[in-house]
Ligand binder design. Structure first.
Ligand code: ZN
Length: 208
C-alpha cells in the first residue's frame, strides 16, 4: 500500500556533509534539486527491480516529507506549518548511470526506484528525526536530521520559491553517508524511529 499520491517527488542531493565527501563531491551552495517520477513509487514489501541497464544500483535511506498545505514562496516558518508529516523513503539510484548521463532522470527514475513506508507520521518535530538503513539486517546508514546541510524548513522554503508544492507532494531530503550496492536476494530496510520501517526485497527486473 502506498499512502500518498504526490503530483511530484522533489529530491535533494548532497545534503549531508559525510555523504557528499564519500562520493568525492563538494557541498552545494544551494540545495541541489532533482525529481523522481511518481511512477517509481512502490510500497513496503514490494520488490525493488534492478534494471538490466545498470550494474550498480544503490540504496539511499531518506527522510520523506509529505506536504499538507499548498506552499508557494513560503518562508521557513510557513513551510514548517505546511508539513503534513514524515514517511520512510528509499531514493534508489543507478549510480553508474548518474555521471555518464549528466542528467539524473534515468538513474533515479526507473520503475520501483521510490519505495515509501506504509504511513505518514504526523505531529512530529523534524529536529528529533533520524534515519537508519539496513541491508540484510546489517546497519549501513544512521544519521540525525540535525546533520543536514540545509534543514527541512530551509529546503521547503527554497523549493517553494521555484515550484508550488501541492498537498500530497513528497520531498526526499537527502541521504547520509554509507550508501552501497544492492544485489538480487537482498532485503533493504529504512527506519525512521517514531515514523516506521520500510522493507523491500531486491530482484532483477524481468526481461520484458
Ligand atoms: Zn538521495
Amino acid at each position: 500500500m502506498i499512502p500518498i499520491t504526490p503530483s511530484k517527488i522533489v529530491c535533494v542531493g548532497r545534503n549531508y556533509v559525510a555523504h557528499a565527501k564519500e562520493l568525492g563531491n563538494e557541498l552545494p551552495e544551494r540545495p541541489m534539486l532533482f525529481f523522481k517520477p511518481p511512477s517509481a513509487l512502490i510500497g513496503s514489501g514490494d520488490a525493488i527491480e534492478l534494471p538490466a541497464a545498470s550494474a550498480q544500483v544503490e540504496y539511499e535511506g531518506e527522510i520523506g516529507v509529505v506536504i499538507g498545505r499548498r506552499l508557494r514562496r513560503a518562508d521557513g516558518r510557513a513551510a514548517e506549518q505546511g508539513i503534513r508529516g514524515y514517511i520512510c523513503a528509499n531514493d534508489v539510484t543507478a549510480r553508474d548511470l548518474q555521471k555518464p548521463d549528466g542528467q539524473w532522470g534515468r538513474a533515479k527514475g526507473f520503475d520501483t526506484f521510490c519505495p515509501v513506508g506504509e504511513r505518514v507520521a504526523e505531529g512530529l518535530d523534524w529536529r528529533a528525526l533520524s534515519v537508519v538503513t539496513r541491508v540484510n539486517g546489517d546497519e549501513r546508514q544512521r544519521a540525525p536530521a540535525a546533520d543536514m546541510h540545509f534543514s527541512i524548513p530551509e529546503l521547503l522554503a527554497y523549493i517553494s520559491g521555484v515550484m508550488t508544492l501541492e498537498p500530497g507532494d513528497l520531498i526526499l531530503t537527502g541521504t547520509p553517508a554509507g550508501v552501497g550496492r544492492l544485489s538480487p536476494g537482498d532485503v533493504v530496510e529504512v527506519e525512521i524511529p517514531g515514523v516506521g520501517k520500510l522493507s523491500n526485497p531486491v530482484r532483477s527486473a524481468p526481461a520484458t
